[in-house]
Design a protein around this ligand. Structure first.
Ligand code: HEC
Length: 107
């Protein structure tokens, strides 16, 4: 059901709008504090999309290190502490699946 709702949502907006409305709030709140232009842990900065090339395989969430860290199963677990709620992981998976397109730069 969630997948159906997500598809309906996606159909109604461009990839840039999906990023701005659904993805950016998650990244800004959960990841940006440790992965920004001044503090780029593991050389990952959500303010510099080029740094994500190493950890995102566009269109392939299951091949993407970034998504792997969200599962909290391996050695590197993101964010540190508690895992994200399932619905937020779903949004980030969907974003990678759709090509990890950026909208407005994060600030
Ligand atoms: C409290 C600070 C903090 C937060 C919040 C945080 N990270 Fe990290 N992140 C780190 C640190 C420190 C490392 C390097 C850790 C390591 O390699 O063990 C890292 C490494 C990574 C890596 C690289 C893994 C690798 O194999 O090189 C990815 C991808 C990543 N984080 C994604 C995220 C995402 C996505 C979020 C938000 C959901 C997030 N991080 C939130 C501190 C944080």
């Amino acid at each position: 059901m969630i997948a159906v709702a997500l598809m309906a949502l996606l159909a109604a907006q461009t990839p840039e709008q999906f990023f701005d409305r659904k993805v950016a709030p998650i990244l800004t709140k959960r990841c940006l504090p440790c992965h920004n232009k001044d503090l780029d842990n593991a050389a990952v900065s959500f303010q510099n999309p080029a740094t994500l090339k190493r950890v995102i395989v566009s269109g392939q969430p299951d091949q993407s290190r970034l998504i792997e860290t969200l599962r909290h199963e391996g050695g590197v677990r993101m964010p540190p502490g508690l895992p994200l709620p399932k619905r937020e992981i779903k949004v980030l998976r969907e974003w990678v699946k759709q090509g990890a397109v950026f909208g407005a730069p994060l600030r």
